[in-house]
Design a protein around this ligand. Structure first.
Ligand code: BYC
Ligand code: FE
Ligand code: FE
Length: 471
């Protein structure tokens, strides 16, 4: 396959699209539908503005991105796969050691399509969830970052649509259309996964979402980058390059919120921070609890035959599969905390059936690192307060803890007790309306809303006070 970068075609790509006229035509037919969807469901109110955006133009680690002003509907969404690794083998499961597949194995057609559709569905979903945020951006810098994340999620949709069109024939084309037809939060045609139907109403939601939910994206992509289906692996590897910035936006966003709150608490030690128009620490913790747990659900059930099959069949591996000493995961077990007769007890689960939990472990560890970093703001200030991740049993809707009630320490509660106390742990209507009351737009270069500190650095070596969006 030709892996030269072609930036001149209607669809920029490094997959030799020119040499496959049928595929090129099919994708060029999907393109206007995508643009229609973008105009209708993409960022509201800023489509005709010039935004300082990076665009992927190659897969070279040094110079893959190009920065310039662009109107979002004219963004050059391209198809970029990492170059193939010669002689690549399936790295895990029952096909361990066999050559990686360049075509879809017939017997795995349905599960593979399903994985690709599920991955693809999340990308436009997140754009839909975030479409109103531009109207309340705390700075031009943040506004630009929001749009950067949005256009790249659009590119991730392209990445999955490329796979569907190229390898799944008529079914694939049908699924590509469906990806533009479902809508986040719609009662009749919702997006596939839970978290992608939840509203993102304010910038605290957004920073938490990009911290925790985009990080689910990172771990799912890492697991799919291990896939024996080589085109999926190569696509996901490149998507991970872009993902890093999304999590950066979230992590530094929350950090800036904390810094600002701490600053106000230092100036007014005896006052409720809400009296000074910033986010109080319990509210930040509640939004953390919400998005962390919604994101935990995205890993699927703790005990899952789907996950076992995906692994056995070489479709979806573990994060950094090469670091494991045993790639078959047969005859091994995972010590799982399960609920039995009103108690949490440990049970041995066959390892392959626990693959969702294995991936969730890696994810939670990464989240821990992130929270630790946030907590340094309090440490530096000499404050005792610490943010923390709640137990992974808390507030779950998928898997073995769903249908039970746990407090953030992981202790079982009665439903009555849970209902009585949930407002202490998760944002309630009053919290939401308070946060909403802070969301007034600040769109002058160099200015920033009162509730969040300015970032320490700008984008692409520009200062914070740069005109990131021309209004
Ligand atoms: N919501 O065996 P189970 C990203 C369903 S994020 C609703 O427990 P499995 C991004 C499941 O489909 C990354 N339904 O789970 C981030 C199944 O249905 P059926 C997205 C759910 O299949 C930010 C049933 O429950 N990528 O990129 O092992 C911005 C039992 O399933 C949920 C992927 O997800 C849920 N949370 O695992 C933009 C990768 N969880 O069979 C983008 C592809 C489970 O009973 N997806 N169900 O009808 C997968 O690998 C798997 O589908 C999952 C689920 C890990 C999601
Ligand atoms: Fe994405
Ligand atoms: Fe992302």
């Amino acid at each position: 396959m030709n892996t030269k970068v072609d930036l001149e075609s209607r669809i920029p790509n490094n997959v030799g699209l020119k040499e496959d006229r049928r595929l090129q035509r099919a994708l060029e037919q999907w393109q206007p539908a995508f643009i229609d969807w973008w105009r209708q469901m993409g960022p509201e109110g800023f489509q005709e503005k010039d935004v300082y955006l990076r665009t992927a133009v190659s897969v070279e680690s040094g110079g893959w991105a190009h920065f310039d002003y662009v109107k979002m509907p004219e963004y050059r969404w391209g198809i970029f796969l990492e170059p193939p690794v010669k002689g690549r083998k399936v790295g895990f499961g029952d096909h361990f050691g066999e050559p990686a597949w360049q075509e879809v194995p017939g017997e795995y057609r349905n599960p593979l399509r399903r994985i690709i559709v599920t991955q693809g569905d999340t990308e436009p979903a997140s754009v839909e969830q975030q479409r109103m945020l531009g109207k309340t951006a705390p700075s031009l810098y943040d506004l630009r970052n929001l749009f950067q994340v949005n256009v790249e999620e659009g590119r991730h949709l392209w990445a999955m649509v490329y796979l569907l069109h190229t390898y799944f024939g008529r079914d694939g084309r049908y699924e590509a259309e469906e990806l533009l037809a479902r809508r986040s939060g719609d009662a009749d045609r919702p997006r596939i996964l839970g978290a992608f139907n939840q509203p993102i109403e304010n910038w605290l939601d957004f920073y938490m979402f990009t911290t925790f939910t985009d990080r689910d994206g990172k771990y799912q992509l890492l697991a799919l980058a291990e896939s024996g289906f080589d085109p999926l692996s190569r696509t996901c590897k490149f998507m991970l390059t872009e993902e890093a910035h999304h999590m950066f936006v979230g992590e530094t966003g929350v950090e800036r919120v904390i810094r600002r709150t701490v600053e106000v608490m230092r100036e007014h030690p005896d006052d409720d921070p809400r009296r000074h128009g910033v986010l109080d620490l319990p509210t930040i913790q509640k939004f953390l609890n919400l998005w962390f747990t919604l994101s935990l659900d995205l890993f699927g059930g703790e005990i899952s035959t789907n996950a076992a099959d995906f692994f056995a069949n070489g479709l979806k591996g573990r994060h950094k599969e090469e670091e494991y000493d045993d790639h078959l995961a047969l005859d091994r077990h995972y010590a799982m905390k399960v609920v039995k007769e009103g108690k949490v007890v440990e049970e041995q689960v066959p390892l392959r059936n626990a693959m969702n939990e294995v991936l969730r472990d890696a994810y939670v560890e990464d989240d821990e690192r992130c929270v630790k970093k946030w907590n340094r703001v309090f440490e530096k200030e000499g404050m005792d307060f610490r943010l923390r991740l709640p137990s992974r049993r808390f507030h779950r809707h998928i898997g073995i803890y769903a249908g039970h009630w746990f407090d953030p320490d992981g202790h079982l509660l009665s439903e009555v007790e849970w209902e009585k106390r949930r407002g202490q742990w998760l944002p309630d209507a009053r919290d939401r309306s308070y946060v909403q009351s802070l969301m007034t737009p600040v769109l002058e270069p160099g200015k920033v809303a009162n509730w969040v500190a300015p970032p320490r650095v700008g984008i692409n070596k520009h200062p914070f006070a740069w005109e990131y969006v021309r209004l």
